[in-house]
Design a protein around this ligand. Structure first.
Ligand code: KG4
Ligand code: ZN
Length: 351
């Protein structure tokens, strides 16, 4: 039930929300207006800093968020031609993610909210990804099946309406983005290598390396990618490291991942009876996956939606959007600075 302030806000025709994302290695800030849409967004990626270590170093991530968040906030305000006094609420990523990194966004968000006397809301990072296509001109309608593919998650979610998320399938081991990153590392592509692996695969010859399609012969909607990753390691070590071989391995790997995801998506659509598919998270930027799922949706007479390329990966816009929807419904966080590093999408409270 919305409180009296919430009811008041529900009657408010326009809400301008500042969104802050700091769950991992990207600082994202955005302003979303319930009437005018996305006004501005900025992102600072720490990727170069972590690449030196071959993965995200949590303590370095927290410190860099501290350094970048205020300058980024100033830049977003300027770009939106907004001032802090125009802000009606603050949304920040409360989880899941790295605890120290999350604490930076939560502290800044809560402090600004307190100073301005506006409500704040902690947002679930994956709900942000899942609803990122809502920022596009032609957004999906509820209900839909969502395929969430990121560095930490591979999930199929039945989304009946805003705030109602039923997990249909999940990764039993490595997430799909993680499998991309580890295989990219084996191929000498640096970190995070998902996009670089996809680029290398463009030069690959199909059929030279046939990777397994894990768990597709078993019923159910869960995923396991650690076998593909091991197969990639064995293939890399037992072949010469020339550039054509590497490209062929990259393509074999990508084809297996894309096929496996498509098979499970088809099953999830059948099981739900829904006619709309949403694909989101960092790996939804992958062009082969997009092509395959577009073809599948045509065959199955289903509509498919993706976020624009830059909103596939982490960003502040998706957090501002979700926060705005929840604040409009009268939800808000308490004053304390609380984050939830491990948080299932099924445990999001229905708005
Ligand atoms: O959603 P995201 O930015 O962060 C998490 O919440 O995890 O996803 C990052 C993941 C990384 O594993 C990255 O390698 C992968 O998305 N990724 C891609 C592509 N672009 C990013 N994987 C495959 N193909 C791409 N084009
Ligand atoms: Zn993410």
């Amino acid at each position: 039930m919305p409180d009296s302030n919430g009811l008041l806000r529900e009657m408010q025709s326009e809400m301008r929300i500042l969104g802050i994302e700091t769950s991992c290695d990207e600082t994202g800030v955005a302003i979303f207006d319930s009437e005018k849409g996305l006004l501005a967004h900025k992102l600072y990626s720490q990727v170069k800093m972590h690449a030196e270590y071959g993965g995200v170093v949590p303590e370095l991530a927290s410190r860099d968020h501290v350094r970048k968040i205020i300058p980024l906030l100033d830049a977003v305000m300027k770009s939106a031609k907004s001032e802090l006094k125009d802000i009606d609420g603050i949304a920040y990523t409360a989880g899941p993610g790295l605890v120290g990194a999350l604490m930076v966004g939560a502290s800044v968000g809560q402090s600004i909210g307190y100073a301005l006397g506006v409500p704040t809301i902690g947002v679930h990072h994956m709900e942000g990804h899942l609803l990122a296509p809502m920022l596009e001109k032609n957004p999906p309608d509820f209900p839909f099946v969502a395929l969430l593919v990121s560095g930490g998650h591979t999930q199929l979610v039945k989304v009946e309406k805003f705030g109602s998320y039923e997990l249909m399938g999940d990764s039993l081991d490595d997430a799909v983005g993680e499998a991309f990153d580890k295989t990219a590392k084996l191929l000498g592509l640096g970190y995070p290598g998902g996009a670089a692996l996809a680029k290398l695969a463009e030069n690959g010859k199909s059929g030279r390396y046939i990777f397994p399609r894990p768990m597709v012969n078993r019923p159910g909607l869960d995923f396991s990618f650690s076998g593909i990753k091991t197969f990639a390691a064995n293939t890399v070590y037992s072949n010469s490291g020339d550039s054509q071989t590497k490209a062929d391995i990259a393509l074999g790997f990508e084809e297996a991942i894309v096929d496996t995801l498509a098979i499970k998506v088809k099953r999830a659509l059948k099981a739900s009876g829904y006619k709309t598919l949403v694909v989101a998270g960092g790996v939804s930027a992958n062009q082969s996956l997009r092509k395959k799922l577009k073809a599948l949706s045509k065959e199955e007479k289903v509509k498919v939606f993706f976020p624009r390329q830059e909103f596939c990966t982490d960003n502040g816009a998706m957090i501002a959007y979700v926060g705005c929807q929840r604040l409009l419904r009268g939800e808000k966080s308490n004053l304390g600075i609380k984050v939830i590093p491990r948080w299932s999408i099924e445990d999001i409270v229905e708005a």
